[in-house]
Design a protein around this ligand. Structure first.
Ligand SMILES: [Fe+2]
Length: 138
């Protein structure tokens, strides 16, 4: 069970709420994997991710455009890659059925996303906003 820490907040309410919402789903999936229920849970998790990514990446990308975020193109590419991983997994399940390998793959993808994307890349958006605010105050 991964707990949300306040230090993970980027300081934008809407985005932070969406990140917390994702963490709830990740924990549900991780729990299911621990209890050997990963196979049952994977389709539901993928379905959630398909809707979630449309909304969440949309919000994040709109925000990045708004603040003229310097690494927007790169960040957008990472989002697209994540969406592709979800679609590939879904396709592989459709054609080959759910396998232990597919649950491991989703487990790894989500853990990596949390550690390397939300906690690092998304944090840069928050830093960019606060530095702009700082400049305005001067
Ligand atoms: Fe992001």
């Amino acid at each position: 069970m991964i707990e949300w820490k306040e230090t993970y907040d980027i300081g934008v309410e809407k985005i932070d709420c969406q990140h917390r919402q994702l963490l709830v789903k990740l924990n549900e999936f991780f729990d299911a994997c621990t209890n050997q229920q990963g196979k049952e849970k994977i389709e539901e998790t993928l379905k959630f991710l398909k809707d979630y990514t449309i909304e969440h990446f949309g919000s994040e990308e709109a925000l990045m455009e708004e603040i003229d975020f310097p690494e927007l193109a790169e960040h957008r590419k990472t989002h697209a890659e994540f969406v592709q991983t979800v679609l590939d997994l879904e396709e592989s399940i459709k054609t080959k059925g759910v396998s232990v390998l597919s649950t491991i793959k989703l487990n790894r993808t989500l853990t990596d996303w949390l550690i390397n994307h939300i906690h690092k890349c998304d944090m840069l958006i928050g830093e960019c906003i606060s530095s702009r605010k700082g400049n305005e105050a001067v």
